[in-house]
Design a protein around this ligand. Structure first.
Ligand SMILES: Cc1cc2nc3c(=O)[nH]c(=O)nc-3n(C[C@H](O)[C@H](O)[C@H](O)COP(=O)(O)OP(=O)(O)OC[C@H]3O[C@@H](n4cnc5c(N)ncnc54)[C@H](O)[C@@H]3O)c2cc1C
Length: 399
């Protein structure tokens, strides 16, 4: 059996983009995808390119906010990466970087914005605190309820339906083998790397590889178990909504510092409304969260999401809602992404957690370098080594 350089588990954005970068560098790569490319969070998300610190980083105290602020170094790189992508991949990705406003209504929220902007400026972003009136000159539909906003001109959005397929198509053109409808079911180590068993239909396919990248989003913890590893990533189910098409009414990405809200107008004119309102994951026959079935939509989340959207940006209240859906993504125990080689399983890399639509393309560029043994320090703060204690009795390279 010919040994591959890298097998990537998962054909979402992170897997597809990293496979493409690896192939560009000359590696032999296969992507193993249980469903089809973009079936997971990568195809179900809001498409926000948010480089400001997200609200969720700010609501659990200063210590966690400080820790989460480490992501700013990656956000800065992501801004450059998205600008490059626009030039590299053309207009079909609908990359639209015309600014983002994180709004506040109350005095408390304004103070949170002030601290956030200070952190971001220190971290090298050119975020600016502006008052409500200036926010309304930038985005005229914003309501009088908005008293201040943090404005970052490079924020924006892109098309989640287009991005992963674009990377996957380019990866395949570059020689990457896509095994679709193929689920990793077992893994073992040998002297040169890893042997993987992949179930496709009724058949088992055996793969031999030097290295493995686990790019399995919400399924990452489950894949970790196949390598006798604890990967502390937790699935979370979120809600998304889309309205009918409207004439151009919003150029920017809108978020809220004290409420769950993200809003933008997609290229076809529809308004996409989300921001992290919870959905409820179903349970499987074994009583575990079922990651393969859509989560249940919760009506209080729907009402809450649409309520805050209408209050902050009243023109959206005039539009009909045409669809709501749920998607399952993944967060880590300390909120920052988990990206790099797992020390207890040399040759096994993981990339998950965080806002990996915004960060997926930059993860891919840096990870490909890391996997190909090029010097790459920019991911070191996100290394799984920080959770090494969880794996001190795990791992092991015995077949
Ligand atoms: C509703 C929602 C809104 C979001 N909004 C944003 C946003 O606006 N901006 C942002 O930056 N991020 C956002 N995110 C997060 C973002 O979508 C994810 O971080 C990102 O898509 C993760 O990409 P991925 O490739 O790691 O995972 P996924 O896209 O989930 O891909 C993982 C793949 O692994 C496959 N897989 C699982 N198990 C196996 C197995 N055993 N064998 C083979 N394949 C397997 C799955 O089928 C899946 O295709 C949002 C997420 C959701 C759910």
């Amino acid at each position: 059996m010919k040994r591959l350089d890298v097998v990537v588990i998962g054909g979402g954005l992170v897997g597809a983009a990293t496979a493409f970068r690896l192939a560009q560098a000359g590696a032999s790569v296969a992507v193993v995808e249980a469903g089809y490319p973009n079936i997971g969070a990568s195809g179900a998300n809001a498409g926000s390119l948010h480089f400001q610190l997200e609200r969720r980083f700010l609501e659990n105290g200063e210590a966690l906010a400080d820790q989460a602020a480490q992501v700013l170094s990656l956000n800065r790189l992501a801004i450059e990466e998205w600008r490059r992508l626009d030039a590299e991949m053309g207009p079909d990705l609908h990359i639209h970087m015309r600014g983002g406003l994180m709004v506040a209504e109350t005095a408390d929220q304004v103070r949170t914005l002030e601290r956030k902007v200070a952190r971001e400026v220190e971290g090298g972003l050119d975020t600016r605190l502006i008052d409500g009136a200036e926010a309304r000159t930038i985005a005229p539909g914003l309501s009088e309820a908005v008293t201040a906003a943090a404005y970052l001109p490079s924020e924006g959005h892109a098309d989640p339906k287009a991005l992963t397929p674009a990377f996957m198509t380019r990866a395949q053109t570059g020689g990457v083998q896509l095994l679709q409808g193929a689920r990793l079911t077992a893994a073992g180590a040998d002297a040169q790397g890893y042997r993987l068993t992949v179930r496709r239909g009724e058949a088992d396919i055996e793969l031999a590889t030097r290295k493995v990248l686990i790019a399995a989003g919400a399924w990452t913890g489950r894949i970790g178990e196949l390598f006798n590893l604890h990967l502390p990533i937790y699935p979370v189910a979120l809600l998304m909504n889309v309205t009918e098409r409207a004439p151009p009414i919003l150029e920017q990405l809108i978020q809220h510092v004290g409420q769950r809200l993200s809003m933008k107008q997609a290229h076809a004119g529809n308004m996409l409304i989300g921001g992290g309102w919870p959905s409820r994951m179903l349970l499987d026959a074994a009583g575990r969260f079922d990651l393969d079935r859509p989560a249940e939509l919760l009506t209080p989340s729907l009402a809450g999401n649409l309520g805050v959207a209408s209050r902050i940006f009243p023109p959206v209240a005039e539009l009909n809602l045409i669809r709501s859906w749920t998607g399952i993504t993944a967060i880590t125990a300390d909120q920052t992404p988990l990206v790099g080689e797992v020390p207890q399983a040399p040759g096994v890399y993981v990339a998950a957690g965080g806002s990996a639509f915004t960060l997926g393309p930059v993860f891919a560029r840096l990870l490909a370098r890391l996997i190909l043994d090029e010097r790459e320090d920019r991911l070191s703060i996100f290394s799984p080594a920080r959770f090494g204690h969880l794996n001190s009795f795990m791992g092991g390279r015995l077949a």
